[in-house]
Write a protein that binds this ligand. Structure first.
Ligand code: MEV
Length: 387
């Protein structure tokens, strides 16, 4: 029986978390921790998650993606889903985005993609799917399900990797994240987990960085627009590492994002700090592009001061950051804060890791960037292909 497995990495934010939700620049790197999702037809006829009946309302990322990519009303069969991985949950490392990316990738592989027959210019177009460039599709509205432009007549079917489109995977995963965070979510996590390596988000198109796509999200009365880029380091540094330190305290992102929104409502002057994070992120991007890791580290530490000032750090995070500082180029919380993880940029990964562990954190060492969505199985025979 066909079983499809797709994996995606977690992520760590070097600069700009929280401010990116308000449209400011940010940088994230994919880390050496992954989630893999396997799907196969369910033997019981019901949706299964790790062998148990899938509770759709308790798994909004999964149910949202099923609605978008696996239309039961068109006859798509129930599946059995298995999730494995080593990204700790609710700790700022993008576990939910990695899950969404891997699951969306598996569903897309399991159905392939329908194209229209060639038109008079010999062009074929998607007959179904979601993309930032197809304006009729709304990946963010979970009440709108599967989308097809051309329901019948001569359609052509694409299988395997040809069917995968990372813009589609990332935009659907961003929709799932936005839904889980009450509309306030940037595309940072979803794009980094989909594309891997280093992702730069900006409020403008950056001239020196490969451009991927634009995202627009209307939320809480304003439209936010982000330009997403893939940053290829001129040279992967072989003497600079990231050490991630986990406080072990769960801190759901939605709660932290809502906490900052409430602070800004009560004290609009705090928006200055959010803007300053954007400026620091911009300096950090320049430092990364120039391969100046001392300056990258300094920007990370400056970023932390601002994150503390907008109330998203915690005593436990501060303790781990303080422990890491003497042996690192810079250190800060990563992700939503309030608990979860911190990250240190260092030339002495073992020393930094030992210091964080001594201060009570659990650590791992990762390089700057790793592969994004990866198909882990050779057999990618579609499970269901009806249009
Ligand atoms: C969470 O990893 C990062 C935040 O900036 C939220 C978001 O970007 O959606 C806190």
């Amino acid at each position: 029986m066909s079983k499809i497995t797709v994996s995606a990495p977690g992520k760590c934010i070097l600069f700009g978390e929280h401010a990116v939700v308000y449209g400011h620049p940010a940088v994230a790197v994919a880390i050496d921790r992954r989630i893999s999702v396997s799907i196969q037809p369910s033997k019981t006829g019901s949706w299964l998650l790790d062998g148990n009946e899938l509770n759709m309302s308790k798994n909004p990322h999964i149910s949202g993606l099923i609605k978008k990519l696996w239309p039961a009303d068109l006859g798509a069969p129930a599946l059995s889903i298995q999730i494995e991985g080593n990204i700790p949950r609710s700790s700022g490392l993008g576990s939910s985005a990695a899950l969404s990316v891997a699951f969306a990738g598996a569903l897309r592989l399991a159905r392939g993609r329908w194209l229209t027959a060639p038109d008079s210019n010999q062009q074929q177009h998607w007959a179904e799917g979601f993309s930032s460039s197809i304006s009729q599709t709304n990946p963010y509205d979970l009440s709108c399900g599967f989308f097809a432009t051309t329901p019948t007549n001569e359609l052509h079917h694409l299988n395997g990797m040809d069917a995968i489109d990372l813009d589609e995977i990332a935009i659907l995963s961003h929709g799932a994240e936005a839904n889980a965070q009450n509309g306030r979510a940037s595309p940072m996590d979803s794009s980094t987990c989909a594309h891997g390596n280093i992702v730069v988000i900006s409020n403008k198109i950056e001239r020196n960085i490969d451009y991927l796509y634009q995202r627009n999200l209307t939320t809480h009365g304003s439209e936010i627009s982000w330009h997403i880029h893939a940053l290829e380091l001129v040279q992967q540094p072989d003497d600079v590492y990231l050490v991630i330190g986990n406080t072990g305290i769960n801190a759901p992102t939605g709660k932290q994002v809502a906490k900052l929104a409430e602070l800004l409502r009560q004290n609009p002057m705090k928006m200055k700090e959010v803007e300053t994070i954007g400026k620091i992120a911009r300096r950090g991007i320049d430092a990364l592009l120039g391969g100046d890791y001392d300056a990258v580290g300094r920007s990370m530490s400056e970023n932390q001061l601002m994150l503390k000032s907008i109330g998203v750090s915690s005593p436990e995070l501060e303790q781990l950051i303080k422990a890491a500082s003497p042996t690192s180029l810079g250190a800060k919380l990563t992700g939503a804060g309030g608990g979860g993880c911190m990250v240190a940029l260092t030339r002495n990964p073992q020393l930094t890791s030992d210091a964080i562990e001594l201060a009570g954190g659990r650590t791992f060492i990762t390089k700057l960037g790793t592969a994004g969505l990866t198909v882990e199985t050779n057999d990618i025979t579609p499970i269901w292909t009806k249009s």
